[in-house]
Design a protein around this ligand. Sequence first.
Ligand SMILES: [Zn+2]
Length: 344
Amino acid sequence: MKEGVFTIIKGKKVLIKCRSLIKLLAILAVGGLIIFAAIMFIYKPIYSVTLNGEFIGYCTDKTEMQNKINTYMDEGSGENVAFVEINDLPEYKICFLKKGITTDDEGIFNKVISQGKNYYTYYALVEDDKEKLYVKTLEEAEETLEQLKEKKSANASDITIEEKYDTELAKLTSTNDAVSKLYEEKKTDSNRIMLASTNRGVTTRVSTSTKISSKKVNLGIKLIEPVKGIITGRYADISSVRSSAHTGLDIAAPAGTKISAAASGTVVFAGTKGSFGKMVVISHGNGVQTYYAHCSSLLVSKGDTVKQGQAIARVGKTGNATGNHLHLEIRVNGQSYNPQKYLY
Ligand SMILES: [Zn+2]
């Protein structure tokens, strides 16, 4: 009997021991869960960043880092920077908590942008095909021309504006300095008078180069849209495929789509011209011309008289074009204007 009682007591003791063990485990489990939840709540993933396969540091926020880099590429930093070209972008790899990791977002950003190439925009004032001086903005360039005209400078009508687009920034001049440096006393030069009188007629000169302007001048005629399509390139756009700003409007349309004359006039050019490919140029009088470039075929010849809406060519991608589109230009006395100020 004695032994039996002892066994029961022993059994109870084991049972009590078991219960406290379960209690302990439960407390540990709950505690662990709370700690785990706390870690998950505070813990942010860390990224190991590599550039060209080389480890450059740990960063805390991949999205924020990439956004910062993208903004920098779009806007650049510093005066006159149009955009920044960065060839190699970083790669991110998520990594789990490691002991003693120090993140360096600033350092990573600086390393990535240090291999960037700045592209600057500024404006040249050009006289007789020579770049005389440079100003910071198109507004300053136009203001300079305006003031030269007001002061009746002899060269006021000979100076044109050209947008520059380069990896190096030229020495820039203030508007006041530009006006005083470019100013020319009135000349009674007979050559100049001759030139002025020949310019008065219909402009028949077809040139591949033109300048851009933010102005809208009165054309004296109403234009219609030469093709229906999607705008894929805007006037004055800067692109890495071109060496300077875009002097026309690109309208994408299927190959072979008929291109109509924007207004009645005389065909002054129908043929192939360098990067324009197959092109038609129509003169509408008073120095107003419209250019239709990258055509697949031409439906008119030089000297033809065309009516507004008449088919003059078909859409293509001849010359410097990557896809089928019409490159449309509006020029007045050789100066290009934004087609979207008149059409589309
Ligand atoms: Zn174009």
